[in-house]
Design a protein around this ligand. Structure first.
Ligand SMILES: [Fe+2]
Ligand SMILES: [Fe+2]
Length: 443
């Protein structure tokens, strides 16, 4: 089951996976100060052990979602720390349910190229009959070496031979993994039942087999595109990095904030919306400041400070950080708790108050943070202020944040399309001035 879930995660996402088949290994891992972004626990380990695992997660101080596989809701609710369990995954449609829950908590980082190879354990590979695919192992150097060619039959004794040499993982081209995963999902009940009752199972993957060339898919190099679209050069890159450094050292001096920062650092996972959107925001704000000729160092420093701080209390809640408007919030009201809703609605004021107390915070940073969810037509929060009551830099921040969300959601994004789609969302002199400049960007 572990191998199967790992295979699904690695095929659909880019997670690094650590798995344990007993509680001792897991507890040791939790105690090791390791950082992680998601925990999946099979309820089959028993209620008590499950509950001990939750305690382990709490003690590890990583505030991350926990998914429970095949757990009765009541049993979970009666446990200590049950609020950690963000999803109960029904085993009937195991892998697909798991993937759709994961998508609620993480977003794709489009700056990251899709992997060319995915890891597959022998136990998963030998489930298939007649795969006819090239099979690779990964060398210490990171390079992939082909050990079986398409025509070869991967047999049990070959597998054992490699296992003896310490090779437990094989790699397949990503398109092949997607194809195998599809076949597993079609037979998922059979597969899960066989695993749970310790029986062998064989599946023939359904034709047509994809060609290896389709494995990379359409990838866009976000960094390269940002350079082209915004003329974001090395000089600006250095500027951004230097300001981020300064902001970080400022934040680290405040214990309440350092705690949040640790959460951001913990979220090393490249799929984490929080980190992805903050980093992109820093670049776009800097590029737009140059475009608007707001080039003073103190202006850029202020905006980068705001980019790092604006959602900091939501660092452990990427699914909340992702929300922009009250409508976004209402659209997921069934999926979040009242507490999460309140936390989201109060974050602009809460963070603004924290910033006010920071002696080194740039002037007006607290105001921009307070206004970052306002909208020019007055539909935002916390105050519903219209454009005329918002600072010009708040207007720039709001537009840039919308732009970041548009870019992250749109694989083939372009500035003319953004301007076209969002023009009517903005009104008032502050916003119009910025949009006029942005519409000069032609790519
Ligand atoms: Fe944000
Ligand atoms: Fe926010």
């Amino acid at each position: 089951m572990l191998d199967l879930i790992s295979f699904s995660f690695q095929t659909n996402f880019n997670f690094e996976i650590v798995s344990f088949s007993n509680i001792f290994g897991a507890i040791e891992f939790f105690e090791s100060e390791a950082e992680f972004s998601l925990v999946v626990i099979d309820y089959k380990i028993g209620k008590q052990v499950f509950s001990n695992m939750l305690k382990g997660v709490v003690d590890s101080k990583n505030e991350v979602p926990v998914f429970a596989l095949g757990a009765p809701k009541k049993a979970i609710e009666s446990m200590d720390n049950s609020d950690l369990v963000q999803a109960i995954i029904n085993k009937e449609n195991l892998l697909e349910n798991l993937s759709s829950e994961v998508q609620k908590f993480f977003v794709e980082d489009t700056s990251e190229k899709p992997k060319e190879f995915c890891e597959v354990k022998f136990s998963v590979l030998t489930v298939f009959e007649g795969i006819e695919s090239d099979v690779y192992i990964q060398l210490i150097s990171g390079r992939y070496l082909k050990i079986f060619s398409e025509g070869d039959d991967v047999r049990e004794d070959d597998v054992k031979r490699y296992a003896k040499k310490g090779v437990h993982s094989l790699y397949l081209k990503k398109a092949i993994c997607n194809w195998l995963l599809k076949s597993i999902n079609k037979n998922i009940e059979k597969v899960v039942n066989a695993i749970e009752s310790n029986e062998d199972i064989k599946i023939s993957p359904e034709p047509p087999r994809p060609t290896a060339t389709s494995s990379l898919g359409e990838s866009e190099d976000l960094d390269k595109k940002i350079e082209d679209v915004f003329l974001f050069d090395k000089q600006m890159e250095r500027e951004v990095n230097e300001k981020i450094k300064k902001t970080m050292s400022c934040i680290r001096k405040v214990p309440t904030l350092a705690k949040f920062l640790k959460k951001v650092d913990v979220n090393r996972n490249k799929d984490n919306y929080y980190k992805v959107h903050v980093n992109l925001l820093c670049k776009i704000l800097t590029a737009l400041c140059h475009l608007l000729e707001w080039r003073q160092s103190s202006t850029i420093e202020k905006l980068i400070f705001v980019a790092y701080m604006h959602d900091i209390s939501l660092a452990g809640y990427p699914h909340l950080a992702k929300l922009q408007t009250k409508d976004d919030l209402n659209s997921i009201s069934d999926e979040i708790s009242d507490e999460e809703r309140a936390m989201f609605l109060r974050h602009p004021e809460e963070i603004s108050e924290l910033v006010k107390k920071m002696s080194e915070a740039p002037v007006d940073a607290d105001i921009i943070i307070l206004q970052h969810h306002e909208r020019s037509d007055g539909s935002g929060f916390p105050f519903g202020h219209k454009s005329s009551r918002l600072l010009p830099m708040s207007a720039l921040f709001i537009i840039s944040h919308d732009l970041v969300n548009y870019i992250l959601k749109t694989p083939k994004w372009s500035m003319p399309e953004f301007v076209e789609q969002s023009r009517e969302n903005y009104s008032g002199a502050n916003f119009n001035k910025i949009m006029r400049k942005i519409s000069e960007l032609k790519i």
